[in-house]
Design a protein around this ligand. Structure first.
Ligand code: ADP
Ligand code: MG
Length: 342
């Protein structure tokens, strides 16, 4: 413990990073989560200069002057914008590495499933630019299984579903490896967009991205709720452009997000179909572990049971599962080496 603190103080703060499409987290052994910010960058459209990163940049969303462009460089689960992603990674690492910066820390970054070799290189280089000595990568479903405390290194099938911002990933993990995985680009963002479209069609009203997310979190549900929910939603009248508000209910939002939810259910069914029979039998027993912010949708476990027959269990803190899992790999060192991608 003393040495770890001394090491951290000297600037060798080893870090585990969850590079998410919506949120990025940093975990430091012995300290826990030391950074949790939206994966957003605001930059000057003319000069390309970075104005703000993370939470500060997210506040610009939807209210930027012409000159400022707000970028979510990981938006669709892939790195849509190399340079901006690198700037963002380096900036988060710099923010979390205090101390004297005498020692170069180790870094493990959890990346979305199926990123290309070129993208892997870009993430590793960004980590190195951020000051890390040794950058290793781990794929998301393994980090989820480890973070949730599943017996990921046993000859047993464990199924995990991570619904993030840009992608939903469902995977079967066994013997420290991914036995089968499906990744679809339908997750939280897609639900927000579906809510925006619904308000346009149903109420002839335009609402912003942040408002749509608020509506989803406040009213969203996968199945009918015992108590009806409602809230006032503010936007703009499509015809005259005048401000307008409506009272929306949980039923409206259920209707709005039906399609993206169906796509996620289909991905789970596809994954089940392609799972070898022995592992499928394990999963019928152990159930489906849910992680990622999107899994916080009310009643998702009920819908999953209804649609796939699986017992779904929500992780204790689904927004931090990946960061904690990646952190655990860092803490365990050689013992968990096999879980790393490269
Ligand atoms: P990523 O790993 O892609 O960065 P996260 O796991 O951080 O994504 O999840 C972010 C997504 O979770 C966002 O789309 C956000 O709107 C959604 N989300 C967060 N809280 C809730 C909630 N209570 N209900 C439904 N969706 C939620
Ligand atoms: Mg994630």
């Amino acid at each position: 413990m003393f040495f770890r603190r001394l090491w951290n103080f000297l600037g060798g703060r080893n870090l585990a990073m969850d590079l998410g499409t919506a949120n990025s987290l940093l975990y430091c052994p012995g300290e826990g989560i030391v950074l949790n910010e939206p994966s957003v960058v605001a930059q000057d459209r003319m000069s390309g200069e970075v104005i703000a990163v993370g939470a500060e940049a997210k506040r610009y969303l939807g209210r930027t002057p012409e000159r400022v462009e707000v970028i979510r460089p990981m938006r669709d689960g892939v790195i849509a914008d190399f340079d901006t992603t690198s700037v963002m990674i380096s900036s988060f690492i710099a923010k979390a590495s205090r101390g004297l910066k005498l020692l170069r820390p180790r870094l493990i970054i959890c990346v979305p499933l199926g990123i290309t070799p070129v993208e892997k290189r870009a993430v590793i280089e960004a980590g190195q630019r951020g000051g890390a000595r040794d950058v290793r990568l781990i794929e998301e479903p393994l980090a989820v299984a480890i973070g949730a405390g599943l017996p990921f290194d046993q000859p047993l099938g464990n199924m995990v579903l991570d619904i993030g911002g840009g992608t939903s990933e469902v995977a079967v993990v066994s013997l420290s490896a991914i036995a089968h995985a499906e990744s679809i680009r339908v997750a939280g963002d897609e639900m927000n967009e579906a809510i925006q479209r619904y308000f346009q069609n149903e109420f002839q009203m335009q609402i912003g991205e942040n408002m749509a997310e608020q509506v989803k979190i406040t009213l969203g549900s996968a199945v009918e709720q015992p108590e009806p929910l409602s809230m006032e939603v503010l936007g703009k009248n499509l015809v005259e452009g005048a401000p307008r508000s409506v009272i929306a209910s949980d039923a409206h939002v259920r209707e709005a997000i039906r399609e993206p939810l169906n796509a996620i259910m289909q991905a789970v069914r596809n994954a089940l179909e392609k799972t070898p029979p022995e592992l499928a039998a394990d999963i019928a027993d152990s159930g489906l572990l849910l992680a990622g912010g999107g899994s916080l949708l009310r009643g998702l476990d009920v819908l999953i049971k209804r649609e796939t027959g699986l017992n779904a269990v929500l992780d204790s803190d689904p927004l931090t599962t990946v960061a904690r899992g990646t952190g655990r790999v860092l803490e365990k060192g050689k013992a968990y080496e096999g879980a790393l991608l490269e």
